[in-house]
Design a protein around this ligand. Structure first.
Ligand SMILES: CC(C)(COP(=O)(O)OP(=O)(O)OC[C@H]1O[C@@H](n2cnc3c(N)ncnc32)[C@H](O)[C@@H]1O)[C@@H](O)C(=O)NCCC(=O)NCCS
Ligand SMILES: Nc1ncnc2c1ncn2[C@@H]1O[C@H](COP(=O)(O)OP(=O)(O)OP(=O)(O)O)[C@@H](O)[C@H]1O
Length: 200
């Protein structure tokens, strides 16, 4: 049985996936909500609902145009809400299924990697929560490089999310997303030890 469930969140580009990879290497199971979103948005029913909300051209020959959908969805709070209303029920069902599966195994911990951990009330499934934070300019440069988007697109995406203050108020702990990547495995090992002590 695995009882320790850690919710990992933070704004775009802060380094959640990088910290998550370190926890995975330490034997934790990872529920990656962005990956689950990627799978559910391949389902024809979800794609049809997205077309209804954001225009027929967001899907062509069964392939979702991520960049176009992001450009239309990450414009204001209302549009993000419409996006979430389509995708979140399906993502939630997948999370439930994976949690049931991983809880039966003997693992150090289950990590839920979710940009919208608090908004989606996924924190209620967790023993503890942590937010990965990094300076805004660093995040801006990172997501432009990673996703091949313009500065304006990156800024729009960041503006559709909460600021650091929200994460500082809601999360139990803050993880440093600006630490050099090569230091993160050792920092994650220390952090996991600490959490396992608290989970017992
Ligand atoms: C709009 C989509 C198609 C853009 O795809 P793309 O490949 O460009 O981005 P990717 O999925 O890797 O997300 C990158 C980052 O954008 C941010 N983001 C994604 N979805 C959301 C959202 N609904 N609200 C706020 N930020 C979001 C997150 O920080 C995320 O890590 C995609 O993000 C999507 O399907 N989003 C809806 C599903 C969702 O809510 N995902 C978050 C799960 S908790
Ligand atoms: N500590 C670090 N040192 C150097 N580069 C990093 C570090 N953390 C992340 N990066 C790089 O920055 C980019 C964004 O990081 P990552 O994908 O981990 O962020 P994220 O918080 O998961 O973002 P998103 O919410 O957009 O998915 C990636 O290209 C990653 O390789």
């Amino acid at each position: 049985m695995t009882d320790c469930v850690i919710g990992l969140t933070g704004p775009t580009g802060a380094g959640k996936s990088t910290w998550t990879a370190a926890f995975r290497a330490l034997g934790c199971a990872v529920i990656d909500c962005d990956a689950l979103a990627g799978q559910v948005t391949e389902e024809p029913k979800v794609q049809q609902a997205l077309q209804k909300e954001f225009g027929a051209d967001v899907v062509k020959d069964g392939v979702l145009n991520h960049r176009l959908l992001a450009a239309r969805a990450f414009v204001d709070a209302q549009s993000v809400k419409r996006l979430n209303a389509v995708t979140h029920p399906a993502i939630g069902a997948d999370i439930d299924r994976l949690m049931r599966h991983y809880k039966q195994l003997n693992l150090p911990a289950i990590i839920i990697d979710a940009p919208l951990l608090f908004e989606g009330k996924l924190d209620t499934l967790c023993s503890m929560t942590a937010a990965v934070l990094a300076p805004r300019e660093l995040r801006l440069a990172r997501i432009q490089g990673r996703d091949g988007i313009t500065k304006a697109e990156a800024e729009r995406r960041m503006a559709s999310q909460h600021d650091d203050h929200f994460f500082q108020q809601h999360a139990d702990e803050i993880l440093d997303g600006s630490a050099p990547a090569e230091q993160i495995p050792a920092l994650a090992a220390q952090k996991l030890q600490d959490w396992l002590g608290k989970c017992i």
